[in-house]
Write a new protein. Structure first.
Length: 225
């Protein structure tokens, strides 16, 4: 494994390059620099070899949200809906940079993320056919309008694999929006299955911020199998 760090379009990229030619390319969006920890967790679990591109997102509420939504709390930050603009940078600059540096041609491209980045991974399916495998760990499927969006729109192409997970305590809250997370996730899971998409769903013990790196690695591992 060779790690290369680079800054492109103001994003900090870390590419963990596989030694084996034509290995898959997994795109992972992180809140800061947890990509290293997730990659090491994959190695610990003897995951199949892959090219792992970790992208640190600096404006999480903007770049991972598909459209505007108000803040979840009085002191919180609104979601300004910059996913389309970020996706353009990913497709036209970041992915070409990564594909030039890996050995051979990626056998498939997957996209994975936690929380809002999991939401973004699913949203990307409706905007591009680049990714054939998707993992959304504790994806923010409470996001206002996302359930309706997924059902009323058509994916650019159906993925070969879709992995969803959530913590079993995440929806046990009085917050009227956040408490819909498990219900929305499981409703969309059944909808995706009805489209013929091979799906795996895991209900993990704990709340939203429990075992994040391990949960991310488990989702990505499923894509690599």
């Amino acid at each position: 494994m060779h790690r290369e760090d680079f800054t492109l379009c103001d994003y900090k990229l870390s590419l963990f390059r596989a030694e084996k030619a034509d290995s898959p390319l997994i795109v992972f969006h992180s809140f800061s620099d947890e990509g290293e920890a997730v990659y090491q967790e994959l190695r610990k679990q003897n995951a199949p070899e892959c090219n792992f591109l970790s992208i640190a997102i600096h404006d999480w509420q903007r770049e991972m949200s598909p459209w505007y939504a108000p803040a979840l709390s009085k002191d919180g930050e609104a979601f300004s809906g910059g996913a389309d603009a970020y996706l353009e940078s990913l497709l036209t600059a970041i992915l070409p940079w990564a594909t030039e540096r890996i050995h051979g041609k990626a056998s498939f491209k997957g996209i994975a993320g936690y929380s809002l980045a999991g939401l973004f991974a699913l949203y990307a399916l409706y905007k591009t056919d680049v990714f054939s495998r998707v993992a959304a760990m504790s994806g923010s499927l409470w996001f206002p309008g996302i359930k309706e969006f997924c059902k009323e729109n058509t994916m650019k192409s159906l993925p070969e694999k879709l992995y969803l997970s959530i913590g079993d305590q995440e929806s046990k809250t009085r917050h009227p929006i956040l408490k819909t997370m498990q219900e929305n996730t499981e409703e969309l899971l059944e909808y995706f299955r009805s489209l013929g998409i091979p799906c795996k769903y895991e209900l993990n013990p704990g709340k939203h911020f429990q075992d994040v790196n391990l949960r991310c690695a488990e989702g990505i591992l499923e894509l690599l199998r």
